[in-house]
Design a protein around this ligand. Structure first.
Ligand code: NAI
Ligand SMILES: N[C@@H](CC=O)C(=O)O
Ligand code: NA
Length: 433
């Protein structure tokens, strides 16, 4: 049989990983697919030392790739939502299948892209876009398709988890660890996407769509990053028996859907609290299967390339299958997406860890507990520390579950007390039972 011809756009971290896997495992891949997969052309601004492109057609113009009539599958591995969108739309218009690792593109423009793919009868595959090497899209969209998914929660940004782990285990400084994550190829081109939670929000948007059958709604995802987390927060949390992890959470409730990414306290004994470094893990709760957990590298050239190439294999296999029987892009039929409401964060209920600085003076603690109680908030535990030579001392409060709305009111009142210095740090606590 004729080989399947692939064109790679972008030869950076993920492009090089995918390129090298396609060459190294060519024989094994042919055994799996029943025909060979060859790299017909590479579009790259510059060469990559880790890739031997001898004998391969290399162009500096990535649009040569999507306009090359020989190519069956285009790999979009340049990133961003500008040129990348134009590239993907052109490839689809030209009748080519597309494999991408670009979560920003899918989360923000996926609705348009999938509509175009459907019109043209081609596939857009994006396993690498969520949690790097973990086959979570396939797991949710296919492996768990018998279930009504109740919720999912996971560590879905490798850079952020790498930073939190190094800060907690080695007391390293935030900027240092971020620079290392960039050098290792984990971080986004703009690393604020990693540290401000935008990248995790892109991924959660995609996961929620395939779990619940809702359109992609990135703009409705509540997004908070790890940049405000201090070494002191991590140490206090640890003392109380918790790890600080950056989680993406999507949950169905009677009122609507929770879609949120933020730092979270998780009990040390919980599996997610023990996912460290660049590793990602996602819990999915289905009504039939119960809780499931997948774990693996969330970023890096070869782990991400693993997902890209698996998608190429999937597409190559379906080239001989009936197009109407393929798995729908968002797991549910395009005309069967539901418009259930995404809840505002004020409606979400969880426990809180509050870390504040107060004057070491009689009555301050009583004022704070009174405010909490006035807002219907009960305290689970509390740490108050003396600080030698200073009458400003740290106070940490853990609360039982309460609506974010009540907590907002309580924090505003606490911050207005003359004996409370600066802002109250809040980290949400999840039991994930
Ligand atoms: N680095 C990682 O571990 C992961 C990255 N991703 C996603 O994969 C995509 C690529 O990311 P990386 O490989 O990390 O980025 P990168 O910056 O290492 O690679 C991108 C490459 O594309 C090239 N490029 C960009 N625009 C171009 C243009 N107009 N013409 C020719 N070449 C162009 C750049 O020169 C660069 O070599 C992004 O969407 C990213 O979000 C997804 C999962 C993991
Ligand atoms: N920057 C991302 C790369 C993978 O998606 C991350 O760190 O997780
Ligand atoms: Na994946």
């Amino acid at each position: 049989m004729e080989p399947v011809k692939v064109g790679i756009c972008g030869l950076g971290t993920v492009g090089s990983g995918s390129f090298n896997i396609l060459l190294k495992n060519a024989e094994e891949i042919t055994r799996r697919v029943g025909r060979s997969i060859v790299i017909e052309q590479v579009g790259a601004r510059r060469d990559n030392d880790t890739c031997d492109t001898a004998g391969i057609n290399v162009t500096r113009d990535i649009f040569d790739v999507v306009n090359n009539p020989e190519i069956d599958i285009v790999l979009e591995l340049i990133g961003g939502t500008g040129v990348a969108k134009e590239l993907v739309m052109t490839a689809l218009e030209n009748g080519k299948h597309v494999v991408t690792a670009n979560k920003a593109l899918i989360a923000e423009h996926g609705n348009d892209i999938f509509a175009k793919a459907q019109e043209k009868g081609v596939i857009v595959a994006f396993e690498a876009a969520v949690a790097g090497g973990i086959p979570i899209i396939k797991a949710v969209r296919e492996g768990l398709s018998a279930n009504r998914i109740d919720w999912l929660a996971g560590i879905i940004n490798g850079t952020g988890n790498f930073i939190l782990t190094e800060m907690s285990e080695k007391q390293r400084n935030f900027d240092d660890v971020l620079a290392e994550a960039q050098a290792l190829g984990y971080a986004e081109a703009d690393p604020t996407f990693d540290v401000e939670g935008i990248d995790a929000a892109h991924k959660l948007t995609i996961l929620a769509s395939i779990a619940f059958g809702i359109p992609l709604q990135f703009e409705k995802t509540y997004t908070e990053g790890i940049s405000r987390i201090t070494a002191e927060d991590v140490a206090f949390a640890d003392e109380l028996g918790y790890a600080v992890k950056h989680l993406g959470i999507a949950r169905r409730t009677k009122q609507g859907i929770e879609l949120r990414v933020h730092p979270t306290l998780i009990a040390h004994k919980h599996l997610l609290a023990n996912v460290n470094g660049v590793m990602n893990a996602i819990m999915v709760q289905g009504d039939a299967v119960g809780p499931t957990l997948t774990y693996g590298a969330g970023a890096g050239a070869l782990p991400t390339g693993s997902s890209v190439v698996a998608d190429v294999i999937d597409v190559a296999r379906t080239l001989t299958a009936d197009p109407t029987n393929r798995v729908p892009h968002l797991a549910f039929q395009a005309d069967a997406l539901s418009d259930v409401e995404v809840l505002p964060v004020e409606e979400i209920e969880c426990g809180f860890f509050l870390n504040m600085t107060i004057q070491d003076r009689a009555g301050v603690l009583a004022n704070i507990t009174q405010i909490l109680s006035n807002n219907g908030i009960s305290i689970e535990s509390l740490i108050q520390r003396e600080r030698e030579g200073s009458d400003l001392v740290p106070l940490v409060v853990m609360t039982h579950d309460v609506k974010e709305r009540n907590m907002n009111a309580a924090i505003a009142a606490i911050e207005a007390l003359p004996d409370v210095a600066g802002v109250v740090q809040r980290i949400r606590v999840e039991n994930l039972a």
